[in-house]
Write a protein that binds this ligand. Structure first.
Ligand code: SAM
Length: 294
């Protein structure tokens, strides 16, 4: 293993992989961002100062990592592909020695908690996330009460549309509510397949997620997460129907809806985050739920 590959050139990346006996693994959603302008814009949006700590998911061969390191960040990178991980250890030898770069090899969904227990929450979360698990990664962190001051992530455009969606729009879902509960979300830029190698069949969007101040905004966060998810299980059903199934008790559902002043015939997709938070508080109060620690 030797030089740093030219991150803008598919042929150079391909040659680097061949020289080092590595291949691309489709199952890991490996699409390198070969657009230098986009990489710089992503790093700039992350607003890094000297030694800002960043978790990067899926560094690949380090195209984005190098932008973070150029800006003097301290990066912990989580990479599932062992070959890529070995390559990164060589490409960023100096940064490893100066404690600006460390690697966690394995599935982020299985490794992040240990890193979190050891070092706490970093300032930033960053990544050109693998298409197949991008939404799962974002959801897993919020579901566990972990939020970063700022996150900049590139995801499949459909996932970004769900993250940003407003009530009564077709993309509004329990994932929209989860994301908007925890963060203010802004689109940064759209990226077509041509910005990546190999070229994916989907478009991507980079989004900025800024931590919300008034989180969690309800008395029982876990109850809220379960309740709001259950309301979208049968999207076309009324809120009364979905809530009755959640409680296994139609009368309780009616009482909670009445106190929350929500029509039983309403559908969850029309309700704002604030209305759902209020519904959760009333639901917890009527059931006398114990106050939760996160
Ligand atoms: N950051 C590089 C870039 O932009 O050129 C590569 C991005 S590529 C879309 C996604 C990366 O995530 C790949 O390197 C892949 O091996 C890695 N990956 C996929 N699933 C992962 C997981 N569960 N945990 C950690 N890394 C993962």
């Amino acid at each position: 293993m030797s030089h740093t590959p030219d991150y803008n050139s598919p042929s150079a990346l391909n040659a680097f992989l061949e020289e080092n006996d590595m291949g691309m693994q489709k199952k890991f959603g490996q699409n390198f961002l070969i657009n230098q302008t986009a990489r710089e814009k992503l790093a700039e949006a992350t607003e890094i100062k000297e030694n800002t700590s960043v978790w990067e998911v899926g560094p690949g061969l380090g195209a984005l990592t190098s932008e973070l390191l150029k800006r003097s960040a301290t990066v912990t990178a989580f990479e599932i592909d062992r070959g890529f991980s070995q390559a990164l250890a060589t490409i960023f030898t100096d940064e490893i020695k100066s404690n600006h770069f460390s690697l966690v090899t394995g599935d982020f969904l299985k490794t992040w908690k240990t890193e979190f227990q050891k070092h706490g929450i970093p300032d930033r979360f960053f990544g050109n996330l693998p298409y197949n698990v991008g939404a799962i990664i974002i959801g897993d962190l919020i579901n566990n009460g972990v939020r970063f001051n700022k996150s900049v992530v590139t995801v499949q455009k459909e996932v970004a549309l769900r993250m940003e969606a407003k009530p009564s729009s077709k993309n509004y879902s329990s994932f929209s509510i989860l994301c908007q509960w925890a963060y203010d979300i802004y689109p940064l830029m759209d990226l077509s397949g041509g910005s990546f190698w190999p070229r994916p069949n989907v478009n991507s969007r980079a989004v900025v997620m800024n931590k919300k101040e008034n989180f969690p905004g309800c008395t029982h966060p876990k109850h809220f997460m379960n309740l709001q998810r259950s309301l979208f299980i049968s999207r076309r059903k009324t809120i009364k129907n979905n809530l009755s199934r959640f409680y296994k008790d139609g009368d309780l559902a009616s009482a909670v809806l009445e106190k929350a002043k929500i029509a039983p015939s309403a559908r969850a997709e029309t309700l704002s985050l604030q209305t759902l938070l209020n519904l959760s508080d009333i639901s917890a109060e009527i059931q006398n739920l114990k106050v939760e620690s996160w």
